[in-house]
Design a binder for this molecule. Structure first.
Ligand code: HEM
Ligand SMILES: *[C@@H]1O[C@H](CO)[C@@H](O)[C@H](O)[C@H]1NC(C)=O
Length: 556
């Protein structure tokens, strides 16, 4: 099972991709000799010069946010953004402040940074900002029609409510043991953990941590949320279909929704196949042939829209695909970063292990299963996951399309004492909670992975956390049940506002049980240091090499 997530030509910043473009263009050039060739070579140069002159000397509308200086028109800052968005944002922040616009492949992207910037974009009204207009060309070919960003926001909010219904506490209670068993069996049987003989107990082995986490994530999600049929399908071709579908969910496909390339054809074929797979499950269940109480398909089959109509079979199928995609890389990379950090920090790993021994250790050296409620009372495990999500939030950029001219609050950024910037309709908004989550003005030693900061009751982490979950404060119902607003917290790994993640509790459950099971069974070490982030995929993943050393603690 190979879950392919890296894309061949990465972001469009890669020079090879551009050489390819030029080569293609030459093929279609009329053969009218030197002049044409000269023009072809010189036009870009002239365009660059004009673009620079325009930025330096031309009158600019003072109500527009400052524009990031760039050489090549159309292409703009695509390379700097694509290679390291966080560095690009923080560099621009120093030059232009919290609100600025950059050009990326013909699009105008207006960034608003900091907690206030997040609040401005993520708390925006549907009349002003739209997620569906920003995402649908990427997501609809992958998820399918009539769900998520293919429909008006109001209807999608109803779908989010249905999914929440399937993410019930009762279901979660049943999932603890299922997740533990999948992870435990994987470590005992998978070839990735070759050191499995009892006499190998003191031997160190090695595995690719991202690859293993991707497999553990899909196994545990399918055993629980997705349902038994999907779990069984994983051993019979489902994972290849998933790989093809996933190969259509990259920055390239975001930039160009349709190109005559193999990855696009595979994406479309995989979408149909997977949609049929889920529709068949729904049909069989309707005929009473199979039913499990605790999964999402069962829950969705019982849901009705406000107008009284139930979800149609293909809508259930497409919601299931959307959940699979939304949960897979977010959880697997978070798990990967967590294991990398605890392998790097032996003291934290030991504290995690001791926490397990203290609460669940048995006289014979084995461990008992935690209950769902007990799982939420493990401070070391909690801090470790929270801290990992702080410096490695899987999603570095949250986008919205600007539907109506939207004034920037002067408290966020203003051209002069009594001025206001206006972000015009047609721009894209870009929020990056990832930047606020390491802001040196908020976080002590912000770039450092330090789970201990979460146990300081008066520290910055607890303050941000309270703002994010805001037990006592303002709650808003966007159509999927009341949630704390949390849009102005400097910690928002699950987004905020109307589009806030509904998978958070499930992700904590899945990651929590996964990590504690790993820590109970094996010791981890890193041969080098924690790798840096690779931004060339939709989700921020660690760069190669991701090799981790392990040694079994005991054999059950
Ligand atoms: C560590 C794990 C996860 C992280 C960090 C995460 C992060 C996020 C973020 C940042 C958003 C907001 C996107 C936006 O505003 O454009 C979001 C939305 C969402 N996530 Fe997650 N997510 C995780 C796991 C999951 C899981 C497991 C599921 C499904 C079971 C899920 C389902 C969703 C859904 C349905 C939305 C709503 C999208 C919308 O309203 O536009 N997520 N997530
Ligand atoms: C939304 O757009 C309208 C029309 O341009 C504008 O008057 C209004 O101030 C905007 N609302 C917000 C909250 O920015």
């Amino acid at each position: 099972m190979a879950l392919n997530t890296t894309i061949p030509h990465a972001f469009l910043g890669s020079p090879e991709a551009w050489q390819g473009f030029v080569g293609e263009a030459q093929k279609y050039m009329p053969s009218s000799g030197r002049l044409a060739l000269l023009a072809f070579v010189n036009i870009p140069l002239i365009a660059i010069v004009l673009n620079v002159l325009r930025q330096l000397f031309l009158f600019r509308d003072k109500s527009l946010p400052p524009e990031v200086f760039h050489l090549v028109p159309y292409f703009g800052s695509a390379a700097s953004y694509g290679n390291d968005p966080i560095r690009f944002f923080t560099d621009c922040q120093k030059k232009y402040g919290n609100v600025f616009t950059f050009v990326m492949l013909g699009r105008k992207m207006t960034v608003a940074l900091g907690a206030k910037g997040n609040n401005f974009i993520l708390g925006g009204k549907t009349a002003n900002v739209s997620a569906e207009d920003a995402y649908t060309h990427l997501t609809t070919p992958v998820f399918g029609k009539d769900v998520v960003y293919d429909i008006p926001n109001e209807r999608f909010m109803e779908q989010k409510k249905f999914v929440k219904f399937g993410l019930s506490t009762d279901n979660f209670r049943a999932y603890v043991g299922l997740i533990e068993k999948e992870v435990s069996d994987f470590i005992d049987r998978d070839p990735a953990f070759r050191i499995y003989q009892i006499n190998d107990i003191n031997e160190w082995g090695a595995f690719d941590v991202l690859k293993v986490l991707q497999e553990m994530t899909i196994l545990t999600a399918s055993r629980t949320l997705q349902g038994q049929e999907v779990r069984e399908g994983l051993d019979k071709g489902f994972s290849d279909t998933f790989t093809d579908l996933d190969g259509g969910f990259t920055p390239l496909h975001f930039t160009f929704p349709n190109l005559p390339l193999a990855s696009y054809r595979k994406r479309d074929a995989a979408q149909k196949k997977m949609s049929n797979f889920y529709v068949d499950i729904v049909k069989k269940r309707r005929e009473g042939k199979s039913m499990t109480e605790t999964d999402m398909i069962t829950a969705l089959m019982e849901c009705k829209y406000r107008d009284g109509t139930p979800l149609r079979d293909h809508e259930i199928a497409h919601i299931m695909i959307a959940l699979l995609m939304a949960g897979q890389h977010t959880s697997s990379t978070t798990g990967t970063w967590t294991l990398l950090h605890i392998a790097d920090r032996q003291d934290v790993q030991e504290a995690l292990y001791q926490e397990q021994v203290k609460h669940f250790g048995q006289p014979d050296g084995s461990f008992r299963l935690p209950t769902y409620e007990e799982l939420k009372q493990l401070p070391v495990l909690d801090c470790v996951i929270r801290e990992t999500l702080r410096i490695h939030p899987p999603i570095h950029s949250i986008m919205r399309y600007v539907r109506a001219d939207t004034p920037v609050p002067p408290t966020l950024a203003a051209p002069s004492k009594d001025g206001t910037y206006v972000v015009p309709a047609g721009h894209y908004f870009l929020a990056s909670p990832a930047v606020a989550q390491i802001d040196p003005e908020v976080w002590r030693d912000g770039a450092k992975w330090d789970p201990g900061r979460w146990s300081d009751a008066d520290g910055e982490a607890q303050k941000a956390f309270k703002q994010y979950y805001d037990e006592s404060g303002e709650k808003i119902d966007y159509g999927f049940g009341a949630v704390s607003k949390g849009t102005d917290s400097p910690y928002q790994p699950f987004g905020a506002g109307r589009h806030r993640c509904i998978g958070e509790q499930f992700a904590y459950l899945q990651l929590g049980v996964l990590i504690l099971t790993v820590v109970r069974k094996i010791e981890l070490r890193l041969p080098g240091s924690v790798p840096g982030p690779n931004y060339h995929t939709m989700i921020t993943m660690p760069k190669d090499p991701r090799t981790m050393l392990y040694r079994r603690r005991r054999f059950d």
